[in-house]
Design a binder for this molecule. Structure first.
Ligand code: AMP
Ligand code: MN
Ligand code: MN
Length: 324
């Protein structure tokens, strides 16, 4: 932890508060859910009243995590401390919070806008769940088995199973301590990173049939029609981006996912050395140097053309290895 004084200030707020609301970003991922549950359950175990709220209904796969049934969609909220986790801008909270400025933001995105009263932002951290694991001893919070499971899930999700370049010795040491507290690494790894549904595999097939390449970029699209044909229930890419980014000899992978809103969800993944968050930010999105996203208004063709052009500009303008 670089910023110990903010960690302590947050600890004081947690101690003083009795009714705490914890939330994260729309389209929740394992780090969003893992950090909300990890902190939420730990505070409950310390006698606090905690509300865990996400703007989007929790996708089914997260029911694997103990305590996930407590995560609710927004209600008329009454609380005395609000905490936003794993979220770089307030818009991404959706309607989970009605107030103008939340009390606390804990996050690791390089594009974080520091929108809360107290902001603990560490872009070098591999996951928000990792930041929390480091903070708990300072806050006097113990790590029970369900808490360890939630935090490990967040770290596994964001590091793609310890494969990202920000997987430091510290990440592994913290995960070893979570295993000692009862997190089952092999089971979580299998569930979070390996297993997928028949429908998702079918949906991948639709995207993989259409892969294209241009210079150092490899990309594909997923339409609403593909989703329907594959009977895939989500509005995401079922992690197809991880398969695209495994194709060798390309620096950047992109998936364009058509949405019912008339917008296109774009996911970028880059090999170490490039900063795709810069491009995502230009389109109103954000993320990390190696993994970024945005939701862009327009047709698939329009968005594809603009995004490929801007991404190509990054590849020609950016000094390779200026990051990492
Ligand atoms: P994704 O491609 O959706 O898996 O996202 C990759 C990374 O970028 C994650 O860390 C997300 O939190 C972040 N991200 C995705 N979409 C957005 C967005 N619209 N605004 C800000 N950050 C985003
Ligand atoms: Mn996240
Ligand atoms: Mn994260």
């Amino acid at each position: 932890m670089r910023n110990k004084s903010i960690v302590r200030e947050i600890g004081k707020k947690l101690e003083e508060a009795n009714n705490i609301l914890i939330t994260s970003h729309i389209r929740p991922d394992w780090d969003a859910v893992g950090s909300v549950l990890g902190l939420g359950l730990a505070l409950q175990e310390n006698g606090k009243k905690v509300q865990m709220v996400l703007a989007d209904r929790l996708p089914e796969k997260f029911q694997y995590l103990p305590g996930s049934e407590q995560i609710k969609t927004p209600d008329s909220n009454d609380y005395d401390l609000s905490i936003v986790l794993d979220c770089s801008d307030f818009l991404r909270v959706g309607d989970a919070l009605q107030e103008e400025q939340p009390d606390v933001n804990i996050d690791h995105h390089i594009t974080n806008l520091k929108f809360a009263r107290l902001n603990l932002v560490e872009p070098r951290s591999a996951a928000t769940s990792m930041m929390l694991t480091e903070c708990f001893p300072f806050w006097g919070l113990d790590i029970s088995q369900p808490v360890a499971t939630a935090l490990m899930s967040g770290i596994l999700g964001d590091t793609l199973g310890f494969r990202t370049s920000n997987t430091s010795p510290k990440v592994l040491r913290l995960c070893a301590s979570l295993m000692e507290k009862g997190a089952n690494l092999a089971k979580l790894y299998e569930f979070i990173l390996i297993q997928n549904s028949f429908e998702a595999a079918n949906y991948w097939g639709m995207g993989l049939q259409k892969i294209q390449r241009n210079g150092k970029i490899v990309w594909t699209t997923l339409t609403l029609e593909d989703r329907k044909k594959a009977l895939y229930p989500g509005n995401d890419d079922a992690d197809l981006i991880n398969i695209l980014s495994a194709i060798n000899h390309y620096e950047i992978a992109i998936v364009f996912i058509e949405q019912k809103t008339g917008r296109i969800k774009v996911s970028w993944r880059a090999k170490p050395g490039w900063n795709v968050a810069k491009v995502a930010l230009k389109f109103g999105g954000g993320g990390h140097p190696a993994a970024a996203g945005a939701e862009i208004a327009g047709t698939l063709e329009e968005v594809q053309q603009q995004v490929l052009q801007m991404t190509n500009e990054l590849l020609t303008s950016e000094n390779y290895s200026s990051y990492n």
